[in-house]
Design a protein around this ligand. Sequence first.
Ligand code: 26A
Length: 357
Amino acid sequence: MAAVTPIVVSIGNPLLDITVPAVDGPKYLEKYGLKANDAILAEDKHLPIYQEIVKNPGVSYVAGGAAQNAARGAAYLLPAGSVAYIGSVGDDDLAKTLTAVNEKEGVVSRYQVQAAPAQTGACAVILSNHDRSLVTTLRAAEQFSKDHLAKPEIAATLAGAKLIYIEGYFLTHGIESALEVAKHASATGRTVVLNLSAPFIPQFFKVQLEDLLPHVDILIGNESEAAAYAEAAGLGDASLEQIATTLAGFSKSNASRPRLVIVTQGAESTLVASSSPSASAANLAPTDANPKTYPVPKLAADKIIDTNGAGDMFAGGLLGALANGKSLDVAIETGHKLGQMCVGQNGATLEFPKVQI
Ligand code: 26A
């Protein structure tokens, strides 16, 4: 059998998630002044949280990092070795754990490894009810440098990809690398997918986002991220449909290919806007409403464990289905299925042994 080479390449901040159970969540939210449902970069005042939560006997450790989760999601649907993940880690046990999880789930780790004392990044995941508050310390992840992309094995991996996925979180430090990858991929006809990741990305990194957007074919975000973009872009109280349509129409470097903007809303319907509907299976059809609404199947409340990573697994499902040559409609449905499977599990994880999707 021919060796499998990656067709999906995902880029982001590799993190280990340290999860505090919902029973204990509220006390940490209160103590550190955190919102119940948010994702932030740790400020100095938050840093003691990492020492503190590891003393809680209820904490669990799960592989994280938004784009790494999505990579594992895509790998769920593809032969082992079809997905590669690029990011920067320390030379430590955390990185070994992440590599082992990736390998087990069929993702090829293409890490840039920083010498000690750099440590692999971590994310405190504070659960409460059905919400999750994410507090991230990037550590080695933000030392990612563009020269990693020029290494022969990385350049070859990127050159072989059909789909490139970049998390918005990476724009906090890696815009130069993201631009290099996305410009090249888009100029050579590959599909570039960007996730807004969190409201603070369009809010505080709007310049970087708008620099990258012309090279993006598929933009994914949730309702609060879309609203944060609208706010930052002076779109006032535009509806989600208007925001999605505006983003779809944002300038595009590869004009021969339309842009899709996908807005998820948790348990509510997903919206998809296209800059130019066409007969292509991977686009909205000219006869579809634009934006088009895709209902999300209901999940019984007692099946919900935690929503952490659900958006990443949605993206992973979408990527995996597109890599398999499925239509846009099937890809959105697959995204919903993986997102929902993740909600029924602890953290950004899926069901093993694999279930048929
Ligand atoms: C730069 N920041 C804040 C981050 C992240 C992040 N991944 C990359 N960069 N903050 C949280 N995450 C990851 O998001 C997943 C849930 O969507 C967490 O590691 C978690 O697994």
